[in-house]
Design a protein around this ligand. Structure first.
Ligand code: ADP
Ligand code: MG
Length: 729
């Protein structure tokens, strides 16, 4: 689906303008500022002052003339100045009134630190609704409630509008985290790694300003080089996807989504009242948007260090410099599994190194300058790799050997690093309790070289830089729109899907409708007829041409073959008659039993006659609607294998041709599709087209809740759907 460009642009610039009052406030009121040590109203004021906030601070407190030595005002109306941003730290029941007051005072953004809203049941929800109505009326943007706040480390502002305890140095990484706890430890980890921070936002219940708004803002912020994101789900996944797609092309977004397991999801759902449920779609959103996803928060922070200092490589070719053997081996394994390659050195490079390195050095890729190698040797190796056209990035193993001038080695690495020609990561192995090595470490860190204690971590960081190169250069294209589809016909079928049994909500389409619908969208199906007695079945089979398949057909018959409702390879009229009589006995009204266990059998029993198509590979494709997002499209190995092997992959619709191809190549059994050991492969183009047509169908008709094409019979030259179920709203 296409989102109108113009509309998106307009809203983008509007949001950015509005959020300036939040992230770049020139004056801040603290409603609920308190002289009481260890209270939030005290800590926030203290933090602002401590961090050197450059704007004006107005504590609001009806009882105190001053708070922490700063003149206080009884109400915001007493403040003789404009206020950009207000903190609200008062009991929840007073918040709706205060938001109205803020509106009247012309305050543009409010951080509601107070809890007691949607996370607290019905009463809290009502309060949240009430203050939101006021905010809307007066055009006030709300951050929170039940949140920490924001930090802007830009020295022009030094705005620490938060009650946490880490005071970062200015840098280029911006953080947005739904959970304040996670946000705080990410901030602390970056601090421990000596990575500067640009902006921080933790928006708790996120009732108004969303994660998407903040990501969008960071995307526009020139000082933000990379974004770290933590969430437990999205209020509006579709909006997030659209925003993140645009931002991720401009700068890397590193993200973590917790709640991957059932129990984790439950913990997330119960710890904040902000979410519309946790879903499996988040990782697909990350993938589609080009977000670098992490399962490990420590790794995410480590990788951020490389993004904050290094350029993005132009390709996957890495050169390794080491002064010790083993770590380079570990690194090579990790680099290669991240998709990097180690090209051989050119003759020119080798000839230079033969004259510059020690005689015992290994000249190749990796270049082993050996433990006795000093600054000049490292430098020569670095220069050679920087000049090699076949090298895109450099990985260094640097162990601080006691018999070398390690400071000089560090200085040489730093000098080359400062050129920012190609990315460098360093596995720096040393003893930090020794003063001598503390100096070396300082040179490396201050010189902006990302240093990692373990080779695997360093390699992972370089792998992530390369992954972002792929994100930026990846173009999934636009989803194809097949023009010759019969949308009107499809619409009629879907609208006619009202349930005969009068069930409200949703209904399964009958088989004739299912197959007509698929055909209307150009999805090939095996020739079929739906009939209701023996002789009509014989006639249908004759028309289709033997051999045929006969399937007992009724709304209640779900897994037909399990119940003996599928008879394959029926070769003549006599066999047809025998099968039909048998199915009637088994399922018909007088059978005395039905698949659901109720007596009386199936009242609406019909016979679905279909061309028998033996010898194909059974594949599955499907669709499931998602709340707040386009449907998910599934593809995998079909037939009985679906449940056993669960070898399926998902994408968010609309699925482009490239994505459909990726689906085929990313299942575990993808090699089977190419054919193995004399067995023939399948006609992939047909299946790729089926996936795209399926995607178009569900984008055109959001009424489709679920769709299951299982199996699709795929042959060397074509593919057909032979069984399908469609659930519509
Ligand atoms: P169900 O999924 O309800 O059990 P299916 O229609 O998928 O019923 O049939 C079950 C199996 O029978 C399929 O997985 C496939 O192996 C086989 N089958 C069904 N229809 C055909 C057909 N037209 N040609 C060849 N094999 C078929
Ligand atoms: Mg089936």
């Amino acid at each position: 689906m296409n989102y109108p460009e113009a509309k998106e642009k307009k809203s983008t610039s509007k949001i950015v303008h509005e959020l300036d009052s939040l992230f770049k406030p020139k004056s801040i009121a603290i409603i609920g500022a308190s002289s009481k040590e260890l209270s939030i109203g005290n800590v926030i004021l203290k933090n602002l002052v401590h961090f050197g906030y450059t704007g004006k601070i107005y504590p609001i407190n009806p009882k105190e003339p001053e708070v922490r030595g700063i003149k206080a005002y009884p109400t915001i109306f007493d403040v003789p100045d404009n206020i950009d941003l207000a903190h609200v730290i008062i009991p929840s029941k007073f918040v709706p009134q205060i938001i109205e007051d803020c509106g009247k005072k012309g305050i543009k953004s409010v951080i509601i630190n107070s809890a007691g809203f949607s996370e607290m049941g019905e009463e809290g929800k009502a309060l949240q609704k009430a203050f939101l109505a006021k905010a809307k009326e007066y055009g006030v943007r709300i951050f929170g409630p039940n949140c920490q706040g924001i930090i802007n480390c830009d020295p022009e502002y030094n705005a620490y509008c938060d009650f946490t305890f880490t005071f970062p140095k200015p840098g280029s990484i911006s953080i947005v985290a739904l959970s304040g706890g996670v946000g705080a430890f990410i901030m602390q980890s970056l601090f421990d790694l000596e990575i500067g921070m640009r902006m921080y936002a933790s928006n708790g219940n996120a009732c108004d300003i969303s994660i998407s708004d903040v990501v969008n803002y960071y995307g526009e912020d020139e000082g933000t080089k990379a974004i770290i994101l933590y969430t437990e789900g999205f209020h509006n996944p579709k909006e997030f996807l659209e925003v993140a797609k645009v931002v991720a092309k401009k700068k890397p977004i590193l993200a973590m989504k917790a709640g991957r397991t059932e129990a984790g999801a439950q913990a997330a759902a119960s710890h904040t009242g902000s979410l519309a449920g946790v879903d499996i779609a988040t990782e697909l959103i990350f993938e589609k948007a080009g977000i670098l996803a992490f399962n490990n928060e420590e790794e995410m922070c480590q990788v951020a260090m490389a993004f904050s200092t290094q350029p993005i490589p132009k390709g996957n070719r890495v050169g390794i410099i080491t002064n010790t053997g083993g770590p380079a081996v570990i690194a090579t394994d990790e680099l290669v599994s991240a998709g990097l390659v180690l090209p051989p050195l050119s003759d020119k490079a080798k000839n230079i190194l033969k004259t510059t390195l020690l005689p015992e050095a290994t000249i190749g890729n990796p270049i082993d300058v050996v433990a006795t190698g000093g600054g000049t040797h490292f430098r020569s190796a670095l220069d050679v790799l920087m000049n090699e056209e076949t090298i895109d990035s450099i990985y260094i193993n640097f162990v601080t050997a006691p018999f070398t001038d390690t400071d000089e080695v560090a200085r040489q690495i730093v000098e080359v690093n400062k050129m920012k020609k190609k990315p460098i990561v360093c596995n720096f192995m040393t003893n930090l309790s020794m003063e001598r090595y503390q100096v070396t470490t300082k040179i490396m860190k201050e010189g902006g070289v990302p240093c990692y204690a373990f080779p695997t971590t360093a390699a992972k960081a370089l792998g992530a830089l390369y992954k972002y190169h792929k994100v930026r250069s990846r173009n999934i294209g636009e989803a194809k729109v097949f023009k010759e589809v019969d949308k009107e016909k499809a619409k009629k079928i879907i609208q006619s899907g009202s349930s005969p049994s009068g069930r409200s909500g949703w209904v399964f389409l009958s088989s004739d409708k299912v197959y007509t619908l698929l055909s209307a969208y150009g999805i090939p199906v095996a020739d079929w007829r739906l009939v209701d007695d023996v002789e009509k079945t014989v006639k249908a089979a004759t028309e289709i041409g033997f051999p045929v398949v006969i399937k007992a057909d009724a709304e209640s018959l779900v897994h037909k073959s399990d119940l003996g409702g599928v008879a394959v390879n029926i070769k003549n009229a006599d066999e047809v008659r025998a099968v039909v009589e048998n199915m009637k006995r088994k399922f018909g009204p007088s059978s005395g039993s039905s698949p659901s266990g109720r007596s009386g059998g199936v009242a609406d029993l019909k016979f679905f006659v279909q061309k028998f198509l033996p010898g194909g590979k059974e594949l599955v494709a499907g669709v499931s609607a998602q709340r707040g997002l386009e449907p998910l499209v599934m593809f995998g190995l079909g037939g009985i294998y679906v449940e056993v092997l669960k070898d399926v992959v998902f994408k968010i619709a609309p699925v482009t041709e490239l994505e459909a191809k990726e689906m085929l190549s990313s299942i575990k059994a993808s090699k089977l599709l190419d054919g193995v050991r004399g067995e023939k492969g399948i006609h992939k183009e047909s299946v790729i087209e089926i996936i795209q047509r399926l995607s178009q169908l569900v984008i055109d008709f959001p009424e489709i809740q679920e769709m299951d094409l299982n199996p699709i019979m795929a042959f060397v030259d074509k593919a057909f759907v032979v069984d399908a179920r469609i659930k519509v709203q």
